[in-house]
Design a protein around this ligand. Structure first.
Ligand code: NAP
Length: 428
């Protein structure tokens, strides 16, 4: 082997759950990483808010600095693992302006300010890599951005948030109520004290925006993603799903049709036989459908310090190799101009659970509402109730706008006492 080149200098911003594991693995695997890059990787500093705080044996005090700007100015590669918008955005822009390549896991920042960062990186001829921003350890950004660059992706369907999958799985497997399952997820460290970003679907929506941008070669922002979380999913929904051999999952769906692109995140009923139904606990899984490749499935740990550090280090090896030996990763690809359609244009199926008046003619009155909106009913199930009869209807595929209009009319129909829940059906 030829003599190693001069070290590639690495600055780490934010030694938290992921960052501290990146530092540990960079040290523990220094020999392998140097051989893979073709040059040693040298951590020149770790940015923290409080350098006096003890951060354990893996983070020697002499590496800690409170001066982020000075640190990034001297780095070949900056690894941003602070999360949040500021100061991450400003520090990444400073790093790029100083000629450093950047590796980040920051989905919130990329979904909100991706175009600004991509343009700055392209203009400065440096790399911006972000494998860990979508689905943690699962290689997904690179396959979508690079391996499938010669294909046409038509659909991405996946479980992109481990916290909500953990909660829904606990509700399904152990019959827990939403609040109890959430508390358990918090106690086990799967959910944050403020779980809003996860349970309201915002985290999955940010990842869906990033994936859709890569898959469809055009900018898709958070504002283009329809987002509905899991807070209204009840134990009754879970039980009703089980009775029809289905499970409830929070899905992210990005689709391209002849009309345009839709991107949505919402809970959905998935057949128990579907591979996504078997994704347990905090795991993630994603289906990618492409015209030539057909269906591809990606599965693994979507979070966790060590698992996510694996994706960060994979990026780090690539960008450090470019720094040491020359070359550059892919530029942003945003040449396409598909119409970005609202969720109302998406084709889906509804499962409507309601209680109806217990009298003759009710079924035909309900069926008339569906027919009025040209929505076909595939299955009707009657469930005995006390004062009212229970009715569960599954529709054939129809545009979301027609399905919504149907439910609005059902809510005001004399035949219907209450529309108890509406869930989309996907994955058939
Ligand atoms: P974390 O444990 O909260 O760590 C964040 C680190 O950044 C801490 O060291 C924190 O310092 C530092 N930090 C935060 N704000 C800062 C500021 N304004 N100035 C200076 N330092 C600041 O977060 P994490 O879970 O490692 O996540 C890091 C990034 O990875 C996020 O973008 C996240 O979305 C992404 N990610 C995480 C996972 C995961 O499983 N955790 C998975 C995929 C992607 P203090 O110690 O001083 O607070």
């Amino acid at each position: 082997m030829s003599d190693p080149l001069k070290p590639v200098s690495i600055a780490i911003l934010g030694p938290g759950t992921v960052g501290s594991e990146v530092v540990r693995l960079l040290t523990a695997q220094a020999g392998d990483l140097a051989a893979r890059v073709g040059a040693p990787l040298e951590i020149i500093g770790v940015y923290v808010r409080d350098a006096s705080k003890d951060r354990g044996p893996n983070l020697p005090r002499e590496l800690l600095t409170e001066d982020a700007s000075a640190l990034v100015a001297g780095a070949d590669v900056v690894v941003e693992l602070m999360g949040g918008i500021e100061p991450a955005r400003t520090l990444i822009l400073e790093s790029i302006a100083a000629g450093a390549s950047v590796v980040t896991a920051n989905k919130a920042l990329l979904a909100a300010y991706g175009p600004e960062l991509y343009e700055a990186a392209d203009a400065a001829n440096v790399d911006l890599y972000f494998e860990a921003a979508v689905a943690g350890a699962i290689p997904l950004v690179r396959p979508v951005r690079e391996s499938l660059a010669g294909d046409h992706i038509t659909r991405i369907l996946g479980i992109l948030n481990g916290t909500t999958n953990y909660i829904l799985d606990a509700m399904t497997t152990y019959g827990l109520d939403y609040e109890v399952a959430l508390k358990q997820a918090q106690d086990l460290g799967y959910a944050e004290a403020d779980p809003t970003a996860d349970v309201e679907g915002h985290d999955a929506a940010a990842k869906a925006a990033i994936l859709a941008s890569l898959a469809f070669h055009q900018r898709v922002g958070l504002e283009d993603v329809f987002c509905e979380g899991i807070t209204s999913v009840t134990s009754e929904d879970i039980i009703a799903a089980r009775e029809t051999d289905q499970v409830v999952k929070l899905l992210a769906i990005a689709e391209r049709t002849a009309q345009g692109v839709t991107v949505r995140v919402h809970p959905a009923l998935v057949p128990a036989t579907h591979p996504l139904a078997g994704v347990r606990g905090a795991y993630n899984a994603v289906f990618v459908e492409a015209e030539s490749a057909g269906g591809l499935m990606f599965y693994g740990q979507g979070a966790g310090g060590t698992a996510t550090a694996s994706a960060v280090l994979g990026d780090l090896v690539s960008v450090a190799r470019h720094k040491a030996l020359g070359g550059k990763g892919p530029l942003e690809s945003n040449y396409a101009a598909h119409a970005l359609l609202p969720v109302e244009a998406a084709l889906t199926r509804y499962c409507v659970r309601m209680s109806v008046e217990d009298r003759p003619g009710v079924l035909s009155a309900v069926a008339e509402v569906f027919a009025r909106h040209d929505v076909g009913i595939e299955v009707v199930r009657q469930v005995p109730g006390q004062s009212h009869a229970g009715l569960i209807l599954s529709t054939y595929e129809a545009p979301e706008r027609d399905l919504r209009a149907t439910v609005e009319d059902l809510r005001v129909s004399d035949a219907v006492a209450e529309v108890k829940s509406v869930l989309r059906i996907e994955g058939e």
